[in-house]
Design a protein around this ligand. Sequence first.
Ligand code: C2E
Ligand code: MG
Ligand code: MG
Ligand code: MG
Length: 284
Amino acid sequence: VKRAKNNNEIHVYEANEAQAARRLFSLETELRRAIENGQLTMAFQPLVDLQSGHVAGFEALTRWEQEEGGAVDASKFIAVAEESGLIVPLGRWALEEATRILAEWDRESGGALPLYMGVNVSPVQIARDDVVGLLSSALDRHGLAGERLTLELTESAIVRDPERAAKVLNGVKELNARIAMDDFGTGYTSLAYLQRLPIDILKVDRSFVSHMMTDRDSFAIIRAVLSLATALGMSTTAEGIETEDLARTLGYLGCSHGQGYYYAAPMSAEDALAYALSRSASST
Ligand code: C2E
Ligand code: MG
Ligand code: MG
Ligand code: MG
């Protein structure tokens, strides 16, 4: 808090801070209630094979629509959830919901689509919850093979406690599920982690993708990351593809998958299945 010169200003600062704290607290209270009352929903965004144009899978993204005030940005309520510890029950719900829907898609499509599902896992979940145990029981409960699930982790999940992260990642691999490094390029992972940890997919952060056609450096970074990933035997997903030009260029550069508004925004489970059925290997 900056000290102001006169008393009036001090009061103003304190009032604003108290107000901000109250707003945050009420958001937390409302989020807790939304989780308890089952008011969160899941949206699904296609992950597209850039060579064939087919849908390979979806990323599950949690949505929260408040009764009054409309939708809250995921990045906002996820931050509140991480600070308050609510990410533990939220994350459990997300994993369960994503797995349940994937099994439902299998039934509805007669198992015709070997789609995979990407589920985001917070660093706080890695630190505090039994992610491997939860994944294992979700797979069992819904009768799904491990390879159908990909856990998306950010670099901070690893940097915080590399030893614990390594244990979790190895446990996930024992279940045959895959690991994606989310938002790659924005964190502080050393290349040693990439080499040492069982990471299957690098998701190149949207910030590099969206600038690559206009900024030489972003273009150079994308090329370097794609060739690094290939050399380490990982596949790659470009985030934030908003134009056909980007999709074509990234495919040409050897990026394996893409995600972005050019293909589709996140959508309901029902729309996602219809989207996948109309753009799968078996539909062409
Ligand atoms: P993320 O995991 O990197 O997810 C991708 C985000 O980029 C999503 O935002 C998606 O809607 C957005 N996006 C996709 N394509 C485009 C595009 O072409 N242009 C632009 N501008 N944006 C695009 P969303 O759904 O708002 O989620 C934001 C973040 O919140 C996610 O980033 C993830 O870190 C977090 N999140 C969402 N759901 C969950 C969850 O269930 N658990 C955890 N731990 N985190 C979650
Ligand atoms: Mg993600
Ligand atoms: Mg991401
Ligand atoms: Mg992101």
